[in-house]
Write a new protein. Sequence first.
Length: 130
Amino acid sequence: MRAWVNGQLLEDPSAPAVTVSDHGLTVGDGVFEAVKIVDDRPFALTLHLERLKRSAAGLGLPEHDEGLVRKGVEAVLAGGGLALWRFARRRARSAAQGKDAPLKLSAEEEARLTRLLATHPSLHPREPRV
């Protein structure tokens, strides 16, 4: 397993990386995509990123930096042998803002969006295609 959070590949993907008070985790305020890996490449990545963009817009989240996400994909897929990656974006509204805080994000809040990529090893590895 490999994990990338907010632009950084984690040295230990099993170590804590997101706080338990993260708004996206506590109330599910975010979007995600899961992508199958075929021959060490994400299947239909562009279509998944487009759907992610539409889903984020529906929640009032800003557009993701596609170049940064693609770099994250490259980082977590390096080395191969993976079957699936998940990308999540979560709103990071703090508890201090309260439940009635507006859904529109300030520039400061936008900078605190959690961006996470995680990969999972294949349970059924197969020989690479030639």
